[in-house]
Write a protein that binds this ligand. Structure first.
Ligand code: HEM
Length: 489
């Protein structure tokens, strides 16, 4: 076990918590603190950890926040058969996800739950299959390739944003969660299949939400009971899986039935069908194409829509920042449709999105990992078979890396601001399994946010509810979010 590792932070108790009024600066950490404990602290696991599991299920984010406050940055607890470790310091996160990436796999129970919908896609697979799929898919998601989808993105957004406030009206109360879900779904359908959202889009939005709720519930069960059992929620789950797979399969079938020579396409499905493994020359199997389309559809719209939803709410609550972003957009675009070439000229707008991702990371807890060999973390020996959990929500609200962590301050992401330690801001994850769609998502969200600000100013309605975050697979507000969109002169 290494003794030279700086473990001062390990004994440090965070003071940020969840309370928005707690903005006291943290005391400086000791440069070198000798570690005396032989194992990390953690809560007592009585009754096989059942009370802990119940507390997590009721309020996961509150549970982990208190865990760090009470037991430090590295904790260990027994949950049933699981030896669960929580990593809440950027150094530990990097050590696990980068240094020890080869000794980690995804937690099997999480994978079982996702596999029911996403089959053998890149989100789910491990080892050589994952390596092959990731290698084949990466070029399609490179910044250069993704820039080619910009027009499909802005085409999808234009109609929905133009009609968000009915013609002839100066303003309207708009359900922004519905607005962004519709836009993001249209974007992903156009980029995947060159088709815009049709009548089945509402059904797909319902299916996405239902599966997200079901997946979160099932993660806390030791196994999934068969879906054909007449249990609460099973019929809805079956219907949701059918709706989603049906939608994607219909598009694939339509493409394969096209007469030769097919019209040239620049969409993701065309790219998936044309992919060949550099090493073997093999194409993706029909099942793999379906599974990758499903994961791209689901992962590619729910997360962006959720981020834009929180971003809209934050902009409405912070009119000063919204005005600054709007002025930047006006000065750069002069009313034109934004494109990838404008991204570098919109640093403040981009900072507002990064700050929204910090305060409300849609994936607030990464998929848990399992160690496949003994490793060390922060100088402690972690045995083979341990479960590692990383929660961006907690890292992102830590006063040590983000002063006044509960406040919306986009300036922290501008050039010249104090550096943010690597591993402290990880909305897209870290290491080899970092989000494959991160460039796609940042491009999409910046274009869409700019287009909204070109058209409207966002206001909170009178007596707006507080919008408490609720964790499922993504973190969304408990209630629908209504904002007043005022047409700009
Ligand atoms: C704001 C938008 C997005 C956020 C916050 C986000 C977040 C994440 C995170 C945190 C992970 C890693 C999870 C882990 O390590 O356990 C991930 C993985 C992934 N994301 Fe995203 N994502 C976003 C958008 C997208 C988009 C647009 C796509 C596709 C078009 C996409 C496709 C994927 C895939 C396929 C993986 C699995 C990669 C692998 O395991 O190799 N995501 N995403």
């Amino acid at each position: 076990m290494s003794t030279s590792f700086n473990t001062g932070w390990l004994l440090h108790r965070t003071i940020s918590g969840m309370n928005p009024s707690t903005t006291t600066p943290r005391p400086p950490l000791p440069a070198h603190h000798p570690r005396t404990a032989t194992r990390p602290g953690g809560p007592r696991s009585r009754w096989w950890g059942l009370p802990l599991l119940r507390a997590m299920r009721a309020d996961y984010l509150g549970f982990v926040t208190h865990l760090q406050r009470d037991h430090g940055d590295l904790t260990r607890m027994r949950l049933g058969y699981e030896d669960a470790w929580d990593l809440m310091h950027p150094d530990l996160v990097r050590e696990a996800l980068i240094t020890h990436a080869d000794q980690l796999i995804r937690w099997e129970r999480g994978i079982e739950v996702f596999e029911q919908v996403f089959g053998q896609s890149v989100l789910v697979t491990e080892g050589p299959t994952w390596q092959r799929q990731r290698r084949m898919l990466m070029p399609a998601f490179s910044p250069k390739r993704v820039a080619g989808y910009a027009q499909l993105m802005t085409d999808a957004a234009r109609r929905a944003l133009d009609t968000a406030v009915p013609a002839g009206q100066a303003e309207a109360l708009v359900p922004v969660d519905v607005l962004w879900t519709d836009v993001a779904m249209d974007v992903i359908l156009r980029t995947l299949f060159s088709e815009s959202a049709q009548a089945d889009a509402r059904d797909a939005a319902w299916a996405t939400q239902t599966l997200s709720e079901t997946a979160f519930r099932e993660m806390f069960m030791p196994f999934t009971l068969p879906d054909w059992l007449p249990l609460p929620g099973k019929a809805a789950k079956r219907r949701a899986i059918r709706a989603l797979k049906g939608l994607v399969q219909r598009h694939i079938d339509a493409r394969q039935a096209e007469a030769e020579p097919a019209p040239p396409r620049s969409d993701l499905l065309h790219m998936l069908l044309a992919l060949r493994d550099e090493a073997t020359g093999e194409a993706l199997s029909a099942q793999e194409v379906l599974d990758q389309c499903l994961v791209t559809f689901q992962a590619g719209h729910e997360t962006s829509a959720t981020t834009l939803l929180w971003w809209s709410l934050l902009m409405a609550r912070n009119p000063g920042a919204a005005e600054r972003a709007q002025a930047e957009v006006d000065a750069v675009l002069h009313g034109q449709v934004p494109g990838p070439e404008h991204l570098a000229q919109l640093p403040f707008l981009s900072a507002t999105l990064k700050e929204a991702l910090r305060l409300y990371p849609p994936i607030a807890a990464l998929m848990s990992r399992r160690t496949t060999a003994p490793i060390t973390l922060g100088g402690f020996d972690v045995p083979k078979g341990a479960m590692l959990r990383i929660t961006p929500w907690v890292l992102h609200r830590d006063e040590r890396w983000f002063a006044q962590a509960d406040r919306f301050m986009p300036e922290r992401f501008l050039e010249g601001a104090p550096a943010i330690p690597r591993g402290a801001w990880i909305p897209f994850g870290l290491g080899p399994r970092v989000c494959i769609g991160q460039h796609f998502a940042m491009l999409e969200m910046t274009l869409l946010a700019a287009m909204l600000l070109q058209r409207y100013t966002l206001h909170l309605p009178e007596a707006a509810p507080p919008c408490e975050p609720r964790m499922q697979v993504t973190v969304r507000p408990e209630e629908p979010v209504m904002l007043r969109l005022q047409r700009r002169p």
